[in-house]
Design a protein around this ligand. Structure first.
Ligand code: C2E
Ligand code: MG
Ligand code: MG
Length: 470
């Protein structure tokens, strides 16, 4: 009989597979919406998984509530109906876009529901346990949903769920039935229903993981080819002093994909870091920026301008990073004193002595260092003191809400006084309005970058802008 049940489940999963193959691209995001960031994509999948989880809650609990009603067990019937309501509540949370609360609630309610249903399951001899099968999709969903969360949600929760599954799985002999089933067939019906929902929902979760993986792979391949096909180019965003004079520009990477269109850095930089592709990309950026510096150096009107280049943490971590920068710089012939490298606080998380040695080696040849997105990371003040930095870049989040959030001004003022103590210059990024500019200038900030002056633009446009300033 058990073999028959398994056979039916496998057969049904054979029917279900084409259905999920049809559903998976619809449950994942449409591929043509390339401007979605990976975080948004993840959010969308979490939304779909919560809908599946809510459905699972409703289905399992409805099946069991019918069984309990048949058996006249009103107490258990009421409990299962409560779980049906919990499933409905999940749908409400999704409609309200309260995804994280819904995800945490869903996983915990499913664990409780499946555990209670498994404990309550008392099949007559010859009929196997089956509700605990539903732990599999719940554990897989937890793993997929929480992969960016802390250790409790990311590791402990899926492992505990799998552990509970194993306990039920190994507990082969069910406790003796205390209440006879009104119909002998109902036990088998329950087994099949449980197996089908468990296999079906595991297929849905796996299908979502699969699309996640294949989308990442496709993007990774495209990034690899982008370098060879010359699809990358740089935009430059002017950096201004208090008098409105351009002192330099930040080089920002742009990717024009023939099919995907313009892919924003937020979409591909993180993946490039994870896959190591940021190394050749970073080299390309540095080479292009140095070539531009060299071109500016030949013109008296532009030779004072600096170019700031973003260096990712993994790029900076390369043992031969210093040699690489030196050789690119000397091959280009660009003046090192006009090159500024921007690091984020994550690049400084390593051994301070190594970080300092690398920074010093490049500072010796004239390169300056700027700390990007300052205030969003975890730099300790003592390590900040040891670093041979030249500039702090106030993160745009503090600038954006300068007028609306009264807590931002004291932070900006604290950064400015800290930089004075450490003898560093400060540039504010993300300046969009005149009011922000005035507030920053009043607080003592001398350098600015943001849409108020110019968006990041192609070099030809920047040259035109420079010509109007001359
Ligand atoms: P970032 O280095 O902090 O660059 C500033 C980002 O803020 C840029 O976004 C810029 O377009 C945007 N921005 C500038 N002014 C304003 C403003 O007034 N308002 C608003 N809302 N945004 C403003 P972008 O170009 O999308 O780059 C995002 C991030 O991608 C950069 O942040 C940087 O971390 C990374 N990135 C860009 N190019 C490169 C690169 O060549 N190498 C590396 N490793 N990372 C890069
Ligand atoms: Mg930057
Ligand atoms: Mg920044």
């Amino acid at each position: 009989m058990a073999r028959a049940s398994l056979g039916t489940a496998v057969l049904l999963s054979g029917f279900l597979n084409p259905i999920f193959a049809y559903l998976s691209p619809r449950l994942a995001l449409r591929r043509d919406r390339v401007e979605w960031t990976s975080a948004e994509r993840h959010e969308q999948r979490v939304r779909n998984l919560i809908l599946v989880g809510g459905l699972l809650c409703v289905v399992i609990s409805l099946i069991w509530s019918i069984v309990y009603l048949q058996m006249g067990d009103i107490c258990r019937f009421s409990v299962t109906m409560l779980t049906v309501l919990a499933g409905g509540f999940l749908f409400v949370l999704v409609l309200q876009e309260r995804m994280r609360v819904a995800a945490v609630f869903m996983i915990h309610i499913l664990v409780v529901t499946v555990t209670l249903s498994s404990l309550a399951e008392m099949p007559p001899p010859g009929i196997p346990r089956s509700v605990h099968m539903n732990f599999l999709p719940v554990a897989t969903a937890a793993f997929l949903i929480f992969y960016r969360e802390g250790i409790y949600l990311r590791i402990v929760v899926p492992l505990v769920i799998l552990l509970i599954f194993l306990v039920f799985q190994m507990h082969l002999v069910p406790p003796p039935a205390t209440q006879a089933l009104p119909l002998p067939q109902i036990g088998w019906l329950g087994v099949w229903a449980n197996n089908i929902t468990a296999i079906g929902s595991t297929c849905v979760v796996i299908a979502m993981m699969q699309t996640n993986i294949s989308l990442r792979r496709a993007l990774e391949n495209d990034i690899r080819q982008a370098i060879a096909r010359g699809e990358f180019h740089l935009h430059y965003q002017p950096q201004m002093d208090g008098t409105g004079r351009m002192i330099g520009a930040e080089a920002l990477l742009r990717w024009r994909h023939p099919v995907r269109g313009n892919v924003p850095p937020g979409e591909f930089i993180a993946l490039s870091e994870e896959t190591g592709l940021i190394i050749p990309i970073g080299e390309w950026v540095l080479r292009s920026a140095c070539a531009q510096l060299q071109a500016w150096a030949n013109n008296p009107a532009t030779q004072h301008l600096t170019i700031a280049v973003n260096v990712s943490a993994s790029q900076f971590r390369q043992p031969d990073f210093v040699e690489h920068v030196r050789s690119i710089l000397s091959l280009s012939g660009a003046p090192a004193s006009r090159l500024k490298l921007e690091l984020t606080e994550s690049a400084l998380a390593d051994d301070v002595a190594i970080v300092v040695a690398k920074m010093r080696a490049l500072k010796e040849i004239g390169i300056s260092w700027s700390l990007d997105d300052f205030g969003t990371g975890y730099s300790s003040l003592s390590s900040l003191k040891r670093l041979p930095l030249d500039q702090l870049k106030i993160d745009q989040s503090f600038v954006r809400d300068l007028q609306t959030d009264p807590r931002n001004m004291p932070i900006v003022e604290a950064i400015l006084s800290l930089s004075e103590t450490l003898d560093l210059s400060v540039i504010a990024e993300g300046v969009e309005t005149e009011a922000q500019l005035a507030a920053l200038a009043n607080a003592g900030c001398r350098y600015f970058q943001g849409y108020y002056f110019s968006r990041p633009i192609p070099i030809a446009e920047l040259d035109r802008l420079l010509a109007t300033q001359a």
